[in-house]
Structure formats: structure tokens, C-alpha cells
Design a protein around this ligand. Structure first.
Ligand SMILES: Cc1cc2nc3c(=O)[nH]c(=O)nc-3n(C[C@H](O)[C@H](O)[C@H](O)COP(=O)(O)O)c2cc1C
Ligand SMILES: Nc1ncnc2c1ncn2[C@@H]1O[C@H](COP(=O)(O)OP(=O)(O)OP(=O)(O)O)[C@@H](O)[C@H]1O
Ligand SMILES: [Mg+2]
Length: 521
């Protein structure tokens, strides 16, 4: 179906967006805007208007992209001296994959927006892949603009220009807001006074289907007197990493149901691998107490440890070991090599093992900045954040505070450093990282799919991190496999009475609910 809609007088003019951003004093937003416009202009220089399409679904990210495209298209035409900045309608073909499980608010916002801005809306009722196949057969489309952002599960491995995946019809995916954070999206919407779908004012922070999306519990306003739960608007979510918290079911399954899926092992013994990173352990300079302690902890909750390994603090050594272990174990635990130094490469190794980049995580950076703001004077410098230290000791304090680490061998080197680039510290494996916050932890635990990274450097810190992890497993679906269980091993010399032993085991199992016992091989 093709709708060519008439325009609404109340809509934002094309260049009003550009003007609002230029007049704003939010330097970060200006930079993000300029980069996105640059990507759009490059795409429009590479492909003709007939060869591009815009994938619009009424969500906040695609709403931002719509306005960027309108501004970018005008700027592109002005540079070619074809326009004076006014534009009738929106000439880029817009596609919407309609589904019976979409929210009606999303549908009506999509259609109203199409009508206000004169979008040529192609409504496609089939699934993404076959819909795109048909679209590309019938039209000369070579590139599609998407509102995908880092942190979306589908963004893993994507760049601003990414060819469609193997098995998909061939086209270029253009992602102008790939590097935008949740906060950037809302800064843009609020600064430009862009209209957005009403669900975002009711606590929804990311919108999928009616079957997998609920308002974000972090925005709940608890009010015992009212029987209907109320929520704050989406732009008040302070930690953008939790934007998909209302899309629990689908998100957790897409993260965890890979090979060695945790769920599939639920009733059998769970297997973990422990990896220590650091030359000091490898060369015997420091005795490793964490490994044995972690093994005991895992054993106490009924897990079996298949392997412990010590690897060098270099990216390839970490990556190789993690890659080897992550598909054959339910969970892989790492410690060592995590911190603000360039030589701390555990996270880079984990990223490499999963084939993703280390990407700056703005919210994590913000979190770190808050944490240390009492101890330093901050200075923002063109997107890079440096913390200036007036006193060498403060650096050490901050280091201890942030990473629970005691500078040992390299202490002298970094006591001399006066600036720390927080952007460097806030690099995390892109698209696969979850930060597990707990009030008792200064720095959250880092979880990349089935790999958990501890920042502890001594047994006491490990005890705290472990207790927090166990506590978090109770409130968090993703780690339900970590729930404590009991394990008792019996040995017997009654080797001739195999049948009797088997029948004793059978009757024990029958006494409890099915699946209560599992065999350890
Ligand atoms: C225009 C368009 C192009 C897409 N191209 C690809 C692709 O090349 N490879 C792929 O694996 N998925 C592709 N997808 C599917 C998305 O990655 C993702 O599955 C979809 O947006 C559903 O996201 P959700 O599960 O968060 O709703 C595409 C989707 C759209 C709308
Ligand atoms: N049903 C759809 N029709 C057209 N495009 C879609 C559809 N679903 C997803 N897309 C494209 O994929 C992008 C990413 O989807 P995603 O759901 O992450 O973002 P959003 O819907 O814009 O915002 P939100 O994260 O708040 O739901 C969208 O911005 C849009 O470009
Ligand atoms: Mg969405």
C-alpha cells in the first residue's frame, strides 16, 4: 500500500531543527548532530533519492532520524544549490513494517507523522526479510536509513555504513545515529521540541511488540493509594543502559540462548570456567588466592568448574582463552587486567572473543565521573573528559575507589600521571555488555553474555562482589542459573550391587518433584 499524505500546518519546518541545534549550547548534542548530518549527506551523495529508503516505525530513534533526514536532505540540496531550505513533502521513500502485535499508539503516531510531514509511506505487512526482498525487486533501492543505536542487540558489529547481512537481500544499512546514547536521543527530541509517540510519556523507554514490552519499572512512581501504577516519562530515565528493561523477555532470550544456552542446562549440572589475567600470577610474583576461592564458591552453589587458566595481560591471550571457554561453559568468570591503565586489556580481549569493538559507553563514563567528582576537578574538552588531579595522592585514592585495586608493581608509573581520560576507562564491548549494579559495589560487575568480569584483586573484595552477584541473580532473570543449590556426593564400595543402588537413586528422585535432582557425570 502506498500513501502519499497531505501536510499539516503545525509541523516543524525542515530548517527549524538545524536552527534549534545551532542555537543550543549543548556541545555534545551539536557534535552528535553534525556527525549524523555528515553521514546522511554522504549517503545522499552516494545514492540518488530513488535509491534510498527510510525505515520508520514511530519509535523514538526513528523519530529522531526522520527529523535528521529532513534537515540533512535540505542541507544536501542547498549545497547543490537546488534549494533555499524550504521543502515540500519528504521525497525519500519511507517503509513501515506493520504488525498486528504493534501498539495502537505506535500505529497512530506513525500514520499521523506521515500525514504531517508528507511522507510517502509504504506499509509492508510481511516479515522484515521477505518484505525487503519484495521492496528491492520492485524498486531501485540500494540503501536504507535505520535508527539503530549502539546498545541495541541488532547493532552488534554494525558501522554507520554496513552492508545487509548474508542471507538478506543486498542493500546498504545506513545508521546515522549509531553512536547516539539514550540521553542524546532525548536531548535532541526535547531541544527541537519534536513530537513523539505518547507511550514514551507513560514510562515506555523502548518499544517492541505488545507481547514483549511493558513500561520500564525504573520509572514507576509507587503510590499505594492508587490501584493503577503510574510511570514517569521516558526522558527521565537516568541510566540509559536500562532502556530495554521493559522489554525483558525478548531481550534476555536473545542474549542468553546462544550455544551452551543457560536455559537448556537448567536441570543438569552447570559448568563454569575461571580465567585469571595477569603476568604477576603467571610469573609467580603474586600468589593467586582468588582462583581457588572462586572455585569453592562455585562448588558451594552446585556448579562444576571445568577449567582454571592464567593468561597474560594481552588482548590476544585473553581473547583466545575466552573464545575457547565461552561456548563450552555455561559461564566464564574472569578477574585481573581490569582498570584505567592502558595495560589493562581484559575487556578488549573479551570484545575480541565476541567479535565486537570496544566502544565508549557514555552513561558508564558519566557514572564514573559522578563517583569520583568529590575527589577531583573536572574539565570537559571536546567530547573527551579529563579529570585533572591537583595532588598525586588523589589519583591513587581514585584508583582504589574505582577499581578496588591496590597499585602494586606499576604503582610508581601511574602515580606520576596527572590526567586520566575517562573515555578510555568507559570503553566496553559493544552491544553485549550489561553492567550489574549493586549498592555495595563502587564499580558494577561487567557481564558480556555468559562472561562475568570481577574487578576484585583480593579475597575480601571477591567475597563482596560474589555476594552481590548472588543477590542480583535473585532479582534478575538473566542470571537465574546462579541460584544456590545443594550438592552432596556419596561414594560406596558396594560395587556388586549396582541394580540396588540404581533403584535407590530412582526412589529418591520420585520423592521430590521432577527435575529436583540431576546426575553429575
Ligand atoms: C530495514 C531493515 C533492515 C534490516 N536488515 C537486517 C540485516 O541486514 N540483517 C539482520 O540480521 N537483520 C536485519 N534487520 C532486522 C533487525 O536486525 C531486527 O531484527 C529488527 O529490527 C527487529 O528488532 P526488535 O527485535 O528489536 O524488534 C533489518 C530490519 C529492518 C527494518
Ligand atoms: N516495524 C518496523 N518498521 C520499520 N522500521 C523498523 C521497524 N522496526 C524497527 N525498525 C527500524 O529499526 C530501528 C531500530 O528499532 P528500535 O526498536 O531499536 O528503535 P525505535 O523503534 O526507533 O525506538 P525504541 O528503541 O524506543 O523502540 C528503527 O529506528 C527503525 O529504523
Ligand atoms: Mg522500537
Amino acid at each position: 500500500m502506498n500513501l502519499f499524505c497531505s501536510q499539516d500546518k503545525s509541523r516543524l519546518g525542515n530548517m527549524e531543527i538545524d536552527k534549534a541545534i545551532r542555537e543550543s549550547d549543548d556541545r555534545r548534542l551539536k557534535t552528535k548532530y553534525n556527525n549524523a548530518i555528515y553521514v546522511i549527506k554522504r549517503a545522499l551523495a552516494l545514492y540518488s533519492t530513488e535509491e534510498v529508503a527510510f525505515s520508520f516505525n514511530g519509535g523514538k530513534d526513528s523519530t529522531v532520524l526522520l527529523h535528521l533526514l529532513r534537515a540533512g536532505y535540505c542541507l544536501h540540496k542547498m549545497e547543490q544549490n537546488c534549494s533555499n531550505g524550504s521543502l515540500n513533502g519528504f521525497p525519500i521513500r519511507t517503509i513501515y513494517f506493520e504488525s498486528s502485535s504493534a501498539f495502537c499508539e505506535i500505529n497512530s503516531f506513525t500514520y499521523d507523522t506521515a500525514s504531517s510531514y508528507g511522507l510517502q509511506l509504504d506499509i509492508i505487512s510481511s516479515d522484515f526479510k521477505s518484505g525487503l526482498e519484495k521492496l528491492l525487486k520492485a524498486n531501485p533501492i540500494r540503501a536504507i536509513f535505520l535508527g539503530v543505536r549502539i546498545g541495541d542487540p541488532t547493532a552488534v558489529g554494525q558501522e554507520q555504513f554496513s552492508p545487509s547481512s548474508p542471507g538478506w537481500p543486498p542493500f546498504m544499512r545506513v545508521n546515522p545515529i549509531l553512536d547516539w546514547s539514550y540521553r542524546d536521543v532525548w536531548a535532541f527530541i526535547l531541544t527541537c521540541k519534536v513530537q513523539y509517540c505518547s507511550l514514551y510519556d507513560q514510562g515506555y523507554t523502548s518499544i517492541g511488540s505488545i507481547h514483549d514490552t511493558v513500561p520500564n519499572a525504573l520509572l514507576s512512581i509507587s503510590d499505594s493509594s492508587s490501584c493503577k501504577e503510574k510511570f514517569k516519562p521516558a526522558y527521565l530515565l537516568s541510566d540509559g543502559r536500562l532502556e530495554r528493561a521493559g522489554r525483558g523477555k525478548k531481550f534476555s532470550s536473545s542474549v542468553d540462548n546462544g550455544p551452551g544456552s543457560v536455559d537448556s542446562h537448567k536441570s543438569s549440572l552447570l559448568i563454569a570456567s575461571v580465567i585469571a589475567v595477569g603476568e604477576e600470577i603467571l610469573f609467580g610474583t603474586v600468589e593467586d588466592q582468588l582462583g581457588p576461592s572462586l572455585c569453592r564458591k562455585l562448588h558451594s552453589i552446585g556448579w562444576s568448574v571445568s577449567q582454571t587458566a592464567v593468561v597474560r595481560n594481552d588482548i590476544d591471550s585473553v581473547a583466545e582463552e575466552v573464545e575457547r571457554r565461552k561456548s563450552t561453559n555455561d559461564m566464564v568468570f574472569l578477574y585481573g587486567g581490569v582498570g584505567p591503565l592502558h595495560s589493562d586489556v581484559t575487556l578488549a580481549g573479551v570484545a575480541k572473543a565476541f567479535g565486537v569493538r570496544l566502544a565508549p559507553d557514555e552513561e558508564f563514563e558519566e557514572y564514573l565521573r559522578h563517583l569520583i567528582s568529590d575527589h577531583c576537578s573536572g574539565d570537559r574538552n571536546e567530547g573527551h573528559s579529563f579529570i585533572m588531579w591537583n595532588d598525586d595522592n588523589l589519583l591513587e585514592i581514585m584508583y582504589l575507589l574505582l577499581w578496588n585495586q591496590i597499585p602494586s608493581l606499576m604503582g610508581l608509573t601511574y602515580l606520576k600521571i596527572k590526567t586520566i581520560d575517562l573515555d578510555m576507562m568507559a570503553l566496553l564491548p559493544e552491544g553485549i555488555t550489561e553492567l550489574l549494579h549493586h549498592e555495595k559495589l563502587a564499580v558494577p560487575l561487567i557481564k558480556c553474555q555468559n562472561v562475568i568480569i570481577f574487578t576484585a584483586t583480593n579475597v575480601t573484595e571477591l567475597d563482596t562482589e560474589w555476594d552481590c552477584l548472588i543477590e542480583l541473580t535473585r532479582s534478575c532473570d538473566l542470571l537465574s542459573t546462579m541460584e544456590p543449590c545443594m550438592s552432596k556426593h556419596l561414594q560406596t564400595n558396594l560395587s556388586d550391587e549396582q541394580a540396588q543402588i540404581e533403584s535407590a537413586v530412582e526412589s529418591l528422585c520420585k520423592k521430590f518433584h521432577p527435575g529436583a535432582f540431576s546426575e553429575i557425570h
